[in-house]
Design a protein around this ligand. Structure first.
Ligand SMILES: [Zn+2]
Ligand SMILES: [Zn+2]
Length: 57
């Protein structure tokens, strides 16, 4: 299994993105959501693949 760290919204590799964030899904608390700096700035939507939670709202 590959350990690719990528933004959940735009799929950008965030290995070198210091502005990125990782947090557990507010809906199910199981899936780790990763967002890059850009998607945080433009408030891009994300959907948890585990439970379908849509954020950031
Ligand atoms: Zn992104
Ligand atoms: Zn979830």
């Amino acid at each position: 299994m590959k350990n690719v760290i990528q933004c959940i919204s735009c799929k950008t590799n965030i290995a070198n993105d210091r502005g990125s964030v990782k947090f557990l899904c507010p809906g199910c608390g199981k899936h780790e959501i990763i967002r890059c700096k850009k998607c945080r700035q433009i408030v891009a939507k994300y959907t948890c693949p585990e439970c379908g939670f849509e954020g950031p709202n």
